[in-house]
Design a protein around this ligand. Structure first.
Ligand SMILES: [Mn+2]
Length: 358
């Protein structure tokens, strides 16, 4: 890091310190999209607050859903279970002042909540903060890169212990995933430097576990290239994908595929759906646009589903399940069911009728 960068970071750090000092009681770090860059940024920031400002009470909170297998693998492998707290059941106003990392918008459409940030550290350019809040924006490929530079400028310790090894593994994964392994537009040399620095301390086997999670072959093939997807439709930055029949226990894979696809360049929103044996239709929606109203989108898709069973449909953040009456349940390869839902989903998304992508 050159002298100029160090001076700039020190200056930002001073402003951050003022914002932190304005919070009484627990300092709440909030992430609004639970991915590895966000978690790593929050965990790194928590470490910084404890060691730099000796802040005792620091909590890491998340909005949204942590139901993807990759996140679960990370939480298990890296021992984050007791640390991350969901705000799903809390009212936003009860949360009080927060510090956002990896996002800088005080309204989260997905959580349907408005927060009160006193500061935000972010690499997304679409900040929307209350007046007086401190914004630390830096247009690098991952928010973790910004926090890692602060960590290094403050000369905080890199102990030879499990906790730091976990931290470094999580951070390296966060940078690699956000930059799609340094291929996605927007990554910088600084991201690569930060990644290399963390990899010196990371545990290679944990890193592998987190980066390569168990996809059955047919799903890995599916995600290899958007062109290989069985049926797909693209409009602007929206990609709608239909996967062949899946079993209920395979539903998690839809999340994983959606997570990978949304990181491909050119796609902002992914809707992926599949007929599920014995249930009906299930889908996952992912978006990398902070402004996309996912709950609204999911509601539109779900309500266009026509015949639904008595239990109705379960709408969860980022996913939907349409339970069909047994008479309409899709059977393996039933083309009429697939065609029917293709029309429904196309209407909901205001698309031309769904066609076979190939
Ligand atoms: Mn990020």
């Amino acid at each position: 890091m050159d002298e100029q960068s160090v001076a700039r970071i020190k200056e930002q750090a001073e402003k951050l310190k003022v914002a932190v000092a304005s919070i009484s009681g627990e300092v709440k770090i909030l992430i609004t999209a639970i991915d590895f860059d966000a978690i790593a940024s929050a965990m790194l920031f928590r470490r910084i607050l404890r060691r730099w400002l000796t802040t005792e009470k620091v909590g890491v909170y998340f909005a949204g859903s942590d139901d993807t297998p990759q996140i679960r693998t990370g939480i298990r492998t890296l021992g984050l279970g007791g640390v991350l707290k969901s705000i799903a059941d809390e009212r936003a106003e009860d949360l009080g002042p927060v510090i956002l990392v990896d996002s800088s918008r005080h309204h989260d459409d997905r959580a349907g909540k408005r927060f009160t940030p006193v500061a935000a550290i972010d690499h997304h350019p679409d900040a929307e903060l209350p007046e007086g809040a401190f914004l630390w924006y830096d247009g690098v490929g991952a928010c973790t890169t910004i926090l890692s530079e602060l960590y290094r400028v403050l000369e905080l310790p890199t102990p030879d212990d499990t906790e730091w090894q976990r931290m470094a593994t999580l951070a390296a994964a966060g940078i690699a995933i956000d930059t799609l392994q340094f291929t996605r537009g927007g990554w910088t040399r600084r991201d690569l430097e930060a990644w290399e620095w963390f990899m010196r301390y990371a545990n290679p086997s944990w890193y592998q576990d987190v980066m390569n999670f168990n996809l059955p072959l047919r799903f890995s093939e599916l995600t290899a290239q958007a062109n290989d997807i069985h049926r797909w439709l693209v409009r602007d930055t929206l990609l709608v994908v239909q996967v062949d029949m899946v079993r209920e226990e395979e539903l998690d894979f839809l999340s994983m595929i959606a997570d990978q696809l949304v990181r491909l360049e050119n796609f902002g929103t992914i809707v992926i759906w599949a007929p599920v044996v014995g249930i009906g239709i299930a889908g996952k929606v992912r978006s990398d646009k902070q402004t996309e109203d996912l709950n609204g989108l999911i509601a539109r898709i779900s309500s266009s589903g026509g015949s639904r069973s008595e239990e109705g449909d379960a709408v969860a953040a980022g996913g939907f399940v349409l339970r069909l009456p047994s008479v309409a349940l899709p059977v393996v390869g039933a083309p009429e069911t697939i065609a029917w839902f293709s029309v429904c989903i196309s209407r909901a998304l205001d698309l031309a009728p769904f066609r076979n992508g190939k």
